[in-house]
Design a protein around this ligand. Structure first.
Ligand code: 5GP
Length: 218
């Protein structure tokens, strides 16, 4: 059970914190900031069949695997969810997530709407989902170009897919517009802090209140 981040400082049930957005809306930066600044949270590192981009590290950003390995993992039930995005396969390895939750840590997911739907079907009470919106289409395009990781053709593909991805915003628990990264981070962190405080996630509360009542009865 996790501790910290709640009123009693007691036991807490871990949650699955999902960030989704069209590519380039700032989700990766927000994920990095959360992992740096919020203790008790671990990133779920996905498997993917897409090629590694410059600067990406195998095992840290993704586990880069081939289609044969991906199919085997999916067939053996080793993936908690999986989806095809931009013609590539992506999936969440099940075991690290289960281990983190069992150890009382929260798990952060950078996955698309298809994966979010699957997680919600499997573990509704434990999933907290946040959709990140860019402030404008021009801003999204600028960020994709600044990132300079993809060719113009790939960027054009991502822009045209963005509109389809955006259509899923209403399936999420929260929506944050990323006009400025520090304010967007503050909003996402507020969501996480509030969700950690939910009564049903503070598993130590009953004992805490019983103890309070005992003291009051004296
Ligand atoms: P990228 O190739 O830009 O890293 O990711 C493309 C899209 O795939 C992003 O929207 C990202 O959130 C999503 N994605 C990454 N990993 C997973 C995963 O394991 N499952 C699902 N469903 N989507 C993922």
């Amino acid at each position: 059970m996790a501790s910290g981040g709640n009123t009693t400082g007691g036991a807490r049930r871990g949650l699955m914190f999902v960030l989704s957005s069209p590519s380039g809306a700032g989700k990766t930066t927000l994920s990095r900031m959360l992992l740096e600044k919020m203790p008790g949270m671990r990133l779920s590192v996905s498997v993917t069949t897409r090629a590694k981009r410059p600067g990406e590290v195998d095992g840290k950003d993704y586990h880069f695997i081939d289609k044969t390995k991906f199919d085997a993992m999916s067939k053996n039930g080793e993936l908690l969810e999986f989806a095809t995005v931009f013609d590539h396969h992506y999936g969440t390895p099940r075991k690290p997530v289960e281990d983190a939750l069992a150890g009382g840590e929260d798990v952060l997911f950078d996955i698309d709407w298809q994966g979010t739907q699957q997680l919600r079907e499997k573990a509704r009470d434990d999933v907290v989902s946040v959709f990140i919106l860019p402030p404008s289409a021009a801003d999204l395009e600028k960020r994709l170009h600044t990132r300079a990781q993809d060719s113009d053709a790939v960027i054009a593909g991502r822009m045209s897919r963005a509109s389809h991805e955006l259509s899923h915003w209403a399936e999420y628990d929260y929506v944050v517009i990323n006009t400025e990264i520090d304010s967007a981070y503050a909003e996402v962190a507020t969501i996480l802090k509030a969700e950690r405080l939910k009564r049903e996630r503070q598993t130590g509360l009953s004992a805490f209140v019983r103890d309070l009542q005992k003291q009051l009865a004296k």
